[in-house]
Write a protein that binds this ligand. Structure first.
Ligand SMILES: Nc1ncnc2c1ncn2[C@@H]1O[C@H](COP(=O)(O)OP(=O)(O)O)[C@@H](O)[C@H]1O
Ligand SMILES: [Mg+2]
Length: 215
């Protein structure tokens, strides 16, 4: 089973968008995916309610219950869990990072947003978990800007995911319809970008598990 924590102190950085779409991509790739929504604002849960019974399932959790919910989900056959978190360095983010195999930190590629991820990076360090910044909602093609953003992220002591999720209106349209971009526009660019980030995520988790086992 793979557990991904989506964490960032900053509101509106794309946590919920990444959470629901990553879980939907996992489901489309054959996993039994589950989203655990730890944000009291319950945005992912709202998305789940709009979908009615359609997978992936969304459940909510208070921070102290996250581990128990993960254990229960595992017993029920979940193979890919995404934990969405609220925008604060609170206990939900800590507990999510603690149980995760991999932490993704969505961040808009602007100087203000990048500066704000430092607290998130400190939190992730505390638990010594593999973590990557994922650039969200930025321009599609701005190689120089992304190069600078990557350098800045590395100066904080963290790596950036090679896949980006640039600004695409389909995320807003899909969410409003209780859909993932893969369902809403299967042949679209956003669907391909989400599928690519899912594949990268799986590869990354396999790599760190292998390293951990010393194989
Ligand atoms: N890659 C993207 N392209 C376009 N809009 C995006 C993208 N990522 C996020 N958004 C939009 O930005 C807003 C905030 O995203 P959200 O996922 O709710 O952030 P958070 O959960 O971190 O507060 C939403 O309206 C969402 O549709
Ligand atoms: Mg959110």
């Amino acid at each position: 089973m793979t557990i991904i924590a989506i964490v960032s102190q900053k509101g509106g950085s794309g946590k919920t968008t990444l959470s629901v779409n990553l879980a939907a991509a996992a489901e489309a790739a054959g996993a039994v995916a589950l989203i655990i929504d730890t944000d009291p604002q319950a945005t992912a849960s709202q998305w789940g309610a709009w979908r009615a019974d359609k997978a992936p399932e969304v459940i909510d959790s208070a921070p102290p219950r996250i581990q128990a919910k993960v254990d229960a989900a595992k017993a029920q056959g979940a193979t890919f869990i995404v934990i969405d978190t609220p925008p604060h360095a609170d206990s939900a983010a800590s507990r999510a990072v603690e149980v995760a195999d991999l932490v993704l930190i969505p961040c808009r590629p602007s100087a203000f947003d990048l500066a704000a991820i430092k607290t998130t990076v400190s939190l992730v360090r505390l638990f010594d978990k593999p973590a990557f910044v994922v650039f969200t909602a930025g321009p599609h093609h701005a190689p120089r800007m992304y190069e600078e953003a990557i350098e800045l992220v590395q100066s904080f002591g963290i790596e950036a995911c090679p896949n980006i999720l640039p600004d695409r209106a389909v995320y807003r349209h899909a969410s409003a319809a209780g859909a993932s971009v893969v369902e809403f526009e299967p042949e679209g660019k956003a669907a391909a970008e989400i599928a690519a980030i899912h594949a990268w995520t799986i590869a990354q988790v396999n790599m760190s598990t292998t390293a951990h086992e010393g194989v």
